[in-house]
Design a protein around this ligand. Structure first.
Ligand SMILES: [Zn+2]
Length: 285
């Protein structure tokens, strides 16, 4: 009995290890297949790119709205300054109304958050755009405010969050891909809704890649000009923020840009491409 057991147990262990490895391989294959099968190659009318996403715009809007309370809490809640908020609304809505962003189904909202220290702005999928009070007070002109808001609108219409979510499904496996693919915003409380709630938590700390930031800068240049703002104001935003570091930690706005100078050169290149004969006069600085 003992001898037989001795022989059986190690062989089971070897089988177990092989079995676990096989399960891992199968799951990895399913995860990779899930990324390619659970996502679709969708052309983006505004950027002109074909991108891999799993969410519909309606699902992006629903997820963004779910993340609103968490995001507001993270940065001190809404700023109690009706005049500043009205100004941000006016400039943000002008950007949307006068640019291709206004032809999308995304529902843009522009919020000022009370955080007095963290210099940052961000966009949730589907349209909510936020700026902290710390960033707002650094800005000197209406055109600079337009630059920051247009950059964030760029993230929304370029669907950068949806692309990041599709990539995270590759990491997290088929369960995430299946949940999001099956997610129906009108039935909260479902298994899919619970899985999506977990992703909402990740949205709050989502960082876009360098290419996404540069693409949003290029879109901002277009959208600013569409709305009558001088796109060179986006360069002065970068200069102000680069100087505001002053030996301290750089603003969070630059967290994915170790080299603001390089970003300024890219914005200048986008302006030169948009206006080969020079930026027209009379635009709001
Ligand atoms: Zn950005």
């Amino acid at each position: 009995m003992l001898g037989r057991g001795y022989r059986v147990i190690p062989s089971r262990r070897r089988g177990g290890l092989g079995g676990r490895l096989m399960i891992f391989v199968v799951m990895a294959v399913i995860a990779i297949a899930g990324y390619y099968l659970g996502t679709a190659r969708v052309p983006n009318d505004i950027t002109g790119e074909v991108q891999r996403v799993s969410l519909t715009p309606q699902q992006e809007i629903a997820m963004g709205l779910q993340a609103v309370p968490t995001m507001e809490q993270e940065y001190g809640g809404e700023l109690n300054d009706p005049n500043a908020q009205a100004f941000v609304d006016e400039v943000g809505n002008a950007i949307v109304r006068n640019s291709p962003a206004g032809n999308t189904e995304y529902q843009f909202e522009f919020g000022l958050l009370a955080d007095p220290q963290t210099i940052n702005a961000f966009a949730l999928p589907g349209g909510p755009v936020y700026m902290t009070a710390a960033l707002y007070k650094e800005l000197e002109t209406e055109g600079q405010l337009a630059g920051v808001l247009a950059h964030e609108v760029g993230h929304v219409v370029a669907r950068h969050a949806a692309e990041q979510i599709a990539k995270s499904q590759l990491v997290q496996g088929i369960s995430g891909a299946a949940a999001v693919a099956a997610y129906d915003p009108s039935s909260p409380g479902s298994v899919e809704a619970a899985r999506v709630a977990q992703m909402v938590g990740q949205l709050v700390t989502l960082k876009y890649g360098r290419e996404d930031e540069l693409e949003s800068d290029r879109l901002a240049v277009r959208f600013m000009a569409d709305a009558g703002y001088d796109p060179r104001a986006l360069i002065s935003v970068m200069e102000i923020l680069a100087a505001s570091g002053n030996g301290q930690a750089p603003p969070e706005f630059f967290s994915s840009h170790p080299n603001p100078q390089n970003r300024i050169e890219q914005i200048q290149a986008a302006i030169d491409a948009e206006f080969p004969n020079g930026v027209p006069g009379g635009l709001v600085q």
